[in-house]
Design a protein around this ligand. Structure first.
Ligand SMILES: [Ca+2]
Ligand SMILES: [Ca+2]
Length: 159
């Protein structure tokens, strides 16, 4: 039973291959172009979600990841207003404005829901833009590491 329980956990706060850790979360930039929904599915398949830069420090960390590569198109992250126009939510369902006084880093004039169907958020030139969710862009996934105190507790148990 215990064996089943630990399947999929990452011991000692180690990120899966290709992911980089910031605080207790692992992030990876996927430099392959997918629609927002396809990108979200790819993140889920890896046990995570699209990245959620809920404050300026996470946002700054994601910018360092993006600046390691030369990407001239958009990069999806986990924010959208697909459910209700103008009502932005993180991909886990929490409203944008409930986090750190609604931290956001929209480019000037964004979100503008150009042509009425820009419902997904992407980085472009280091700032946030709302784009058409069907556009194929790169994307950033995140995986939240398990509670390390729980993992430690398991590790010291005899087999
Ligand atoms: Ca919109
Ligand atoms: Ca826009």
């Amino acid at each position: 039973m215990l064996k089943k329980k630990i399947t999929g956990l990452y011991f000692s706060g180690t990120c899966p291959k290709g992911y980089k850790k910031y605080r207790a979360v692992c992030y990876k930039l996927f430099n392959e172009r997918k629609s927002f929904s396809e990108a979200a599915k790819t993140c889920q398949a890896g046990g995570g979600t699209l990245a959620m830069p809920r404050d300026d420090r996470i946002n700054a960390f994601l910018l360092t990841l993006m600046n390691e590569e030369d990407i001239s198109h958009g990069i999806w992250f986990g924010l959208h207003d697909r459910v209700q126009e103008g009502y932005w939510k993180w991909i886990d369902g929490t409203p944008l404005n409930t986090w750190t006084a609604g931290y956001r880093d929209w480019a000037p004039g964004q979100p503008n829901s150009e042509r009425g169907d820009d419902d997904c958020a992407a980085y472009s030139s280091d700032l946030w833009y709302d784009l058409n969710c069907r556009y194929k862009e790169s994307f950033i996934c995140e995986i939240v590491l398990p509670d390390t105190s729980g993992v430690k507790q398991f590790q010291i148990q005899p087999l």
